[in-house]
Ligand binder design. Structure first.
Ligand code: NI
Length: 189
């Protein structure tokens, strides 16, 4: 299929809980590939199946903590632990364009899920971007949008500032990750 249309706030499908995946077949793999492609084209941090009108417990997120972006696929995810420590940060959503708000969430999360072949895995997520993205996408699977738990909404100027800060943070991380990768390479010949 390829690119899929992202449903926008107001569409009732976004408010319905999604069902568990039972078949790890070519159709699921196509859905996952399409979610990744649609997320990348829209420069999203993550995209859940209900956002493209498929009410299944599936989402992809982009891990931006390393030298290169890595897409991670989650099927039938379950939260195992949420940190007591919480953090408030700006959040947006591809289904709610041009609106950003402060949302308070647990800072870290431990999740278990299945990969596209039905193989279970667990992730202890300490990266704050990834932790927030995973919690946000799991909310989508339960029919919840971030606007339901939003604190203060950001002005246009504040949204610009958030984007600039995020870009700066990403560049810094990428540089650090590349430097450590270079060091590993230099030592391993
Ligand atoms: Ni979203």
């Amino acid at each position: 299929m390829g690119l899929r249309r992202v449903l926008q706030q107001g569409d009732k499908a976004l408010l319905r809980p999604s069902r568990e995946v039972t078949d790890f077949d070519a159709r699921l793999h196509q859905l996952l590939d399409d979610l990744k492609e649609t997320n990348d084209v829209n420069e999203g941090m993550g995209l859940a199946a209900p956002q493209v009108g498929v009410l299944r417990r599936v989402f992809v997120v982009t891990d931006i903590s390393g030298a290169e972006d890595i897409s991670i696929e989650f099927i039938n995810p379950e939260i195992l632990e949420l940190s007591e420590e919480r953090e408030e940060a700006a959040e947006g959503c591809l289904s709610v364009p041009n609106i950003w708000a402060m949302v308070e969430r647990p800072k870290y999360v431990k999740v278990k899920a299945l990969d596209r072949h039905g193989v279970p895995f667990e992730l202890d997520i300490t990266d704050n971007y990834l932790s927030r993205a995973v919690q946000h996408e799991i909310d989508h699977l339960n029919g919840n949008l971030f606007t339901q738990q939003a604190g203060r909404y950001l002005s246009e100027r504040e949204i610009d500032a958030v984007m600039i800060e995020r870009d700066r943070e990403l560049r810094k991380r990428r540089k650090a990750a590349k430097a450590s990768q270079g060091a590993r390479r230099a030592r391993s010949w």
